[in-house]
Design a protein around this ligand. Sequence first.
Ligand code: GLN
Length: 194
Amino acid sequence: MGVRVGVLSLQGDVSEHISAFRRTLVSMGDDTGCVVAVRHAKEIPLLDALAIPGGESTTISRLIDKNSMRNAIERFDGGIFATCAGMVLLAREVDDTRVRPLGLMDMEVARNAFGRQRESFEAIIPVKGLEDPYHAIFIRAPVATATGAAAEPLASIDAGIVAIREGRHMAFSFHPELTPDIRLHRMFLKNLGI
Ligand code: GLN
């Protein structure tokens, strides 16, 4: 198969994303594929998929521009797998002017939607397309508060939408890269026809 997955490596939980995608490719029997750390715009068009990790969306947003990567990400024709801060960055609109979102998903996102009391929590939630519920880890998580017609919510909790697909891109409020459960990674690659 030889699929090429990149992880945007400017800030955030990059190594966890790399190892989760490596485990996923192994589980799918792809021993020719690779998962690489991406730091330069010129690497992006060579990828089939790009992960945008959890971290600080304000920082990642600033570093995307500092490293002149915005254009390459916006034009990327592969799939984007975005978690937490990554979800904030994919949005059309964010409730924090320090983030300059990429606008690749038709959704409005509230950063740190759970406030201080519930900074981190875990929940077992049903996700559209998965037979059994998913054990989701939320860390200072965002939620999508509104979505356009092309965006398909995959999971919601009381506070809002926490998993969403739009065409070849998927975004999660929580952190699939921090659990051994790779079903969402597989779903993402399958959605790309991989
Ligand atoms: N709330 C953070 C932000 O908006 C994201 C937290 C995370 O990625 N774990 O940047």
